[in-house]
Write a protein of this length. Structure first.
Length: 305
């Protein structure tokens, strides 16, 4: 076993890329993609109405994020009546975004059942809009993440786990109960899917860290539900490999170390939450085996921004 550990340490020393840090998720607002796609089909008045809506929508969101409820409600009230803003071609997508905003308003006001109901409505409308603008299906990832955040806030670990598994299956393998969503997620560039999934995994980890202890159990359960033999896009494979390494933790230290050796090169590009979990476990195993790592090595494999 110590030979495996030294093998991994040699890989760490020989790989200057090993770091927990990674680029933050950056994605244009889905509104820009939606309005841009139908740009030639929208009148000047329709475009002006949309940008008026989005301006006050963003103001309301920022106020709610800062717990400035009075100011947030002031901006939110300017968004009605909705029929004044949305043309037929983009109505489903814009209503999806509106429900997302409204769900966040209810979330910060602790009205969790209504927030979850509106998130579910936003997901359905995103699928509907994707029938004419396939890329809009990617918005489901953010909306689904919001649902998981609400579940974490309410302390519902069981549903947090089940929804997280379903969301992973959707972004990794394109699995969904709606065939439109299944077809359209395959039209999204794999890089965008990976960025979204990385954002999802890291965000859930942050939310869990604020609300739950024992995240080890969470990752142990999740990793067991990620198929490793199903076909997957090559760019998404590092995430599969990371889950496979995590799954090996429950099988014993030797299995874990062997999996880490085999999948070491792909760990570099997996989400930082998974990477940090893996290397924290590696440090723990080293300690159990009486191999205290130097501060230099610890800092290297657990370095942050």
């Amino acid at each position: 076993m110590k030979e495996l550990i030294h093998n991994i340490l040699n890989k760490i020393e020989g790989d200057d890329r090993i770091s927990i840090a990674q680029p933050k998720f950056k994605n244009r607002h889905i509104f820009d993609d939606l309005s841009g796609y139908f740009k030639s089909e929208l009148s000047k008045e329709e475009k002006m109405s949309l940008y008026y809506y989005m301006s006050h929508s963003e103001k309301a969101l920022n106020h709610y994020r800062n717990r400035e409820f009075y100011q947030g409600d002031g901006s939110f009230k300017k968004l009605f009546p909705l029929d004044d803003f949305f043309s037929d071609k983009i109505r489903s997508g814009m209503m999806s975004l509106h429900y997302s905003l409204s769900s966040y308003k209810n979330y910060v006001e602790s009205n969790y059942p209504l927030a979850m109901s509106e998130i579910d409505a936003a997901k359905l409308l995103a699928i509907e809009q994707s029938k004419t603008f396939p890329y809009f299906v990617i918005a489901i990832g953010e909306q689904w993440l919001n649902k998981v955040r609400v579940l974490i806030k309410t302390g519902n670990l069981s549903d947090t786990i089940s929804e997280t598994i379903l969301l992973n299956h959707f972004l990794l393998y394109g699995k969904h109960s709606d065939q439109t969503a299944v077809a359209n997620i395959e039209t999204v560039e794999t890089e965008h899917r990976k960025l979204m999934l990385t954002h999802v995994i890291n965000s859930i980890d942050t939310a869990l860290g604020k609300s739950f202890k024992g995240k080890e159990d969470f990752y142990s359960i999740i990793s067991k539900e990620i198929p490793t033999s199903e076909p997957v896009h090559q760019e998404l494979k590092p995430i599969i490999d990371a889950y496979q390494v995590i799954n090996a933790v429950s099988k014993g230290e030797a299995d874990f170390l062997e999996q880490l050796v085999q999948n070491f090169n792909n760990i570099e590009t997996c989400p930082k939450a998974l990477k940090q979990f893996i290397f924290n476990e590696f440090i723990r195993v080293c300690s159990v085996q009486g191999l205290a790592l130097s501060g230099e090595v610890n800092n290297k494999i657990l370095s942050r921004y």
